[in-house]
Design a protein around this ligand. Structure first.
Ligand code: FAD
Ligand code: NAI
Length: 471
């Protein structure tokens, strides 16, 4: 094993958490190494997550719209054909461009990018099993663990990424399945259900709970989402659990029953997507060599400054607490480096937006109505439908609502929930408002350009303490 000299910081994992930390550390003048075993930087998000899924969502939406939503707009198209391999190529090109871009940014900031798998020898020594063979030993003053997460598998259904797939397989199918079953109606399930249903698959989503959308989505908004996605052709079986599966036949047979128990029913599909959540990934780190703890869900235990029991070993991103989101990982990465450099850092966990990139999009920040109710705070709700917004009407894209929840006494915004066109961009304004402790009246008295979808946002804010003008 060769010695590479001491580093101020060694980062294990080159996903969003790890690479952002690496760039920030480089900018701060720390001698930094980033170890990544995948062969490319960017982690789950850039390689098999956020980016490829958004490429397929965007292009499948365009395809679907050209097929079903042009005539009334006065556009008559001829033969429309899907070229799936070209759609996949476009996705791969986006991924490649971005992962290479990250590699360039590490270089630009003087970070040593080491391709291999890192593991602890002791609290200051990391061994790297290099991808190209051989080993390298790194000594570090500080260590940052950013090893991310992996898909949770369904017991008894062995993933082959062809017939029984995770999101990774769902981003790389080589043909459109005739029938697809999605186990889990969370964000991954609904985004991938949208892609394949738009491309022609008959998709059924089986969800254990009575509500789709996964943790956090407001119940009223989730109901609207289910109705709209249902109209687009996705079938839902909520309050339903998968009991077992059989892959011996030409199609996969899934036995399902009512969540509370009941009559069993067998569904069949060419492809089954398992999307029942993700879990922290910390395999092979030899954490026992340093005594770093995990909780009962496998998350690495840290304090408010991202420190493990070993104070110079910190953890950020999907492998520790909090929502498994790329932008959350990024915020933590920057804060962790600031703690190392200056002793101070900050992430406001009350202002982290969530976006589901279906059409329409669903986006939210802050508390949902059930959470506010449970907190006992008196609140008011203001809502505004896109069907009353001039731009949405002009665009012939009027499904959805903006919903504000504000404190009844102070009018401070507690949560904003949007289903509608462009919700994912619009939520930035709500996040800023919450970050600055704004009241709904602050938002409503802010001038918004006409005609824009953001006027629906303003009018929903208005509806919490007064009346909206256009509804
Ligand atoms: P990861 O991105 O998982 O990166 C960890 C990296 O560490 C991996 O590349 C892994 O190879 C490497 N690694 C692990 N162990 C070692 C080791 N011992 N040595 C060296 N390297 C190691 N989030 C959003 O905010 N928006 C979205 O639109 C979105 N879409 C998603 C779509 C899908 C299909 C999926 C699966 C996830 C999506 N997410 C999205 C979640 C997002 O991808 C994660 O929150 C984010 O990637 C977390 O970043 P991370 O750096 O913590 O972990
Ligand atoms: P999730 O936790 O969002 O949803 C899983 C769903 O599966 C839940 O609704 C749950 O009730 C259901 N479920 C669990 N077990 C089940 C069972 N046995 N049978 C039927 N249903 C079952 O997890 P998901 O969708 O896998 O996503 C994982 C993570 O990735 C999330 O934390 C999410 O934040 C992140 N992600 C974010 C995206 C975004 O920001 N746009 C896109 C995709 C993923």
């Amino acid at each position: 094993a060769s010695e590479a000299g001491d580093h101020d910081l060694v980062i294990i994992g080159g996903g969003v958490a790890g690479y952002v930390a690496a760039i920030k550390a480089g900018q701060e003048g720390l001698k930094t190494a980033c170890i990544e075993k995948r062969g490319t930087l960017g982690g789950t998000c850039l390689n098999v997550g956020c980016i490829p899924s958004k490429s397929l969502l965007n292009n499948s939406h365009l395809y679907h719209q050209i097929l079903h939503d042009t005539k009334k707009r006065g556009i008559e198209v001829g033969d429309v054909k899907l070229n799936l391999s070209q759609m996949m190529k476009a996705k791969d090109q986006s991924v490649e461009g971005l992962t290479k871009g990250v590699e360039f940014l590490l270089k630009k900031n003087g970070v040593d990018y080491i391709k291999g798998a890192g593991s602890f020898v002791d609290a200051n020594t990391i061994n790297v099993a290099l991808n190209d063979g051989g080993e390298q030993t790194l000594r570090a003053k500080n260590i940052l663990i950013a090893t991310g997460s992996e898909a949770t598998h369904f017991p008894g259904l062995t993933v082959d990424e062809k017939r029984i797939i995770t999101s990774t397989g769902a981003l790389a199918l080589t043909e459109v399945p005739k029938k697809m079953i999605v186990i889990g109606g969370g964000i991954i399930g609904l985004e991938m259900a949208s892609v394949w249903s738009r491309l022609g698959a008959e998709v059924t989503v089986v969800e254990f709970l009575g509500q789709i959308g996964g943790p956090g989505m407001d119940a009223e908004i989730a109901k609207q989402a289910q109705k709209i996605l249902g109209k687009q052709g996705i079938k839902f079986k909520t309050n339903t659990k998968v009991v077992s599966g059989d892959v011996s036949g030409a199609t996969v047979g899934l036995n399902v029953e009512a969540a509370k128990g009941g009559k069993e029913e067998t569904l069949d599909a060419d492809v089954v997507l398992v999307a029942i959540g993700r879990k922290p990934y910390t395999e092979g780190l030899n954490l026992e060599n340093v005594g770093i703890e995990k909780d009962d869900r496998g998350r690495l235990v840290i304090d408010q400054e991202y420190r493990t029991k070993v104070p110079h070993v910190r953890v950020v991103g999907d492998c520790t607490f909090g929502p498994m989101l790329a932008h959350k990982a990024e915020e933590e990465a920057v804060a962790a480096i600031e703690y190392i450099k200056t002793g101070y850092g900050h992430v406001n966990y009350a202002a982290i937006p969530s976006v589901m990139y279906t059409h329409p999009e669903v986006a939210w920040v802050g508390q949902n109505e059930a959470e506010v109710k449970a907190s006992g705070v008196k609140y008011r709700v203001g809502a505004f439908p896109f069907s009353a917004n001039s731009r949405a009407k002009t665009n012939l894209d009027t499904e959805g609502t903006v919903k504000f929840i504000a404190d009844a006494e102070t009018d401070r915004i507690l949560g904003v929930h949007i289903i509608g066109p462009g919700a994912g961009e619009m939520i930035a304004e709500a996040t800023l408002a919450i970050e600055y402790g704004a009241s709904s009246e602050d938002v409503a008295r802010t001038c918004h350009a006409h005609p824009t979808l953001s006027e629906a946002f303003k009018e929903a804010a208005m509806a919490t303490y007064s009346k909206p003008i256009h509804f």
